[in-house]
Design a protein around this ligand. Structure first.
Ligand code: PMP
Length: 350
């Protein structure tokens, strides 16, 4: 603490990121990265973009926006790109969330959402997940300024079908509905096809998970033009070059190599099914997941102890010290070998 701190800094409880280990040889199943490398075409595109480091990047990110737009069958003016979806979310909070009624989001969801509420002074209400730890859209009927859902939800992993999002949009025509689809490519339905019909929908996605580019920091939003224009206004008032030239080149190449994307995401989904079966065989309850992680609790062992014991054995998983989920572990789907190592270590523990 210091006398130089602004009043808002005193009130912030910042997000605590997952551990990034300094030593090699750790099986890292704690931050939902892709266990497979990005497409070789990404590496080639980044290498050739190095020649342009002397120059400022394109502030409008035109090529990347056109590439994303063509892939998702929207117009380039309906696409906004940012430095990771965390930054896209931050701009969304500043540009589009109003202060006349609370923002609604689930009580167990991505823990960055309340942090942004603190940073931007936005009131929020947390809506409890149901008994099966799922989002029920019927629970989102109270007065609100906007609704924010991670779909699939994190850290629980379950997804709502597109019709549920469509029903929510129709029920709340005057409220913004933001769908954070960080994990959508692992078996869930994207809400992007609803953008054409709903001016109150903003979909946010990332290159960090299914496209294996967490280190490059690229995320994007798709919505109708007035929403994208609001994000552009905030961006240009904050940093008109949010995406560097390596990220611009690498992300476009990742979208262009669809074959690589399909193969790696299918492998992750197959590994998820195997891991789910094996965890169940060891006495875990595993919530149905459409993400690149599973959320699981053991019938007799506590979550904190299990996470600590795994850590000692060189396997990192995520544990949240939060009521109702304190016995769960969030386990990122790794390679076949990494999942095998986790199961082998668990056999000695449970
Ligand atoms: N949304 C959700 C639900 C997430 O879990 C994450 C990753 N922790 C993000 C957004 C942010 O991802 P990134 O900034 O890497 O795009």
């Amino acid at each position: 603490m210091s006398r130089f701190w602004s009043p808002v800094v005193h009130t912030l409880s910042p997000y605590v990121p997952g551990e990034q280990p300094k030593r090699d040889g750790v099986v890292k199943l704690n931050t939902n990265e892709n266990p497979y490398p990005p497409s070789p075409r990404v590496l080639a595109a980044v290498a050739s973009a190095v020649e342009r480091l002397r120059l400022y990047p394109d502030p409008r990110a035109s090529h990347l926006r056109e590439t994303i737009a063509a892939h998702y069958k929207v117009a380039p003016e309906e696409v906004f790109v940012g430095n990771g979806s965390d930054e896209v979310l931050a701009h969304t909070f500043q540009a589009l969330l109003k202060h006349d009624a609370p923002l609604l989001f689930p009580d167990i969801t991505y823990s960055f959402y309340p942090v942004y509420c603190g940073l931007y002074g936005i009131a929020h209400e947390e809506v409890p997940l149901d008994a099966e730890m799922r989002v029920q859209i019927a629970d989102y009927r109270q007065p609100c300024s906007a609704i924010l859902l991670s779909n699939p939800n994190a850290p629980t992993g379950s997804a709502l079908p597109r019709e549920a999002i469509a029903a929510l949009l129709t029920e709340h025509p005057d409220q913004l509905v933001v769908v954070d689809e960080a994990y959508v490519d692992f078996g869930a339905e994207s809400a992007v096809p609803l953008v054409a019909r709903h001016d109150n929908l903003l979909v946010i996605q990332t290159f960090s998970k299914s496209r294996a580019l967490a280190g490059l920091r690229v995320g994007f939003a798709i919505g109708q033009r007035p929403l994208i224009e609001a994000l552009e206004r905030v961006k240009d008032s904050f940093n008109s070059y949010p995406i560097d030239c390596l990220a611009l080149a690498g992300a476009a190449a990742a979208i262009e190599d669809d074959a690589w994307f399909q193969v790696t995401r299918s492998r992750i989904m197959a590994n998820r099914e195997t891991l789910t079966r094996e965890l169940a065989g060891l006495g875990f309850e595993v919530l149905p997941s459409q993400a690149n992680f599973v959320f699981a609790r053991h019938r007799s062992q506590g979550g904190a102890d299990l996470a600590a014991a795994l850590r000692q054995r060189g396997v990192l998983v995520r544990h949240f010290k939060r009521q109702r989920i304190e016995n769960f572990l969030r386990i990122t789907i790794g390679t076949e070998e990494e999942c095998g190592r986790l199961i082998a270590e668990l056999r000695g523990l449970v």
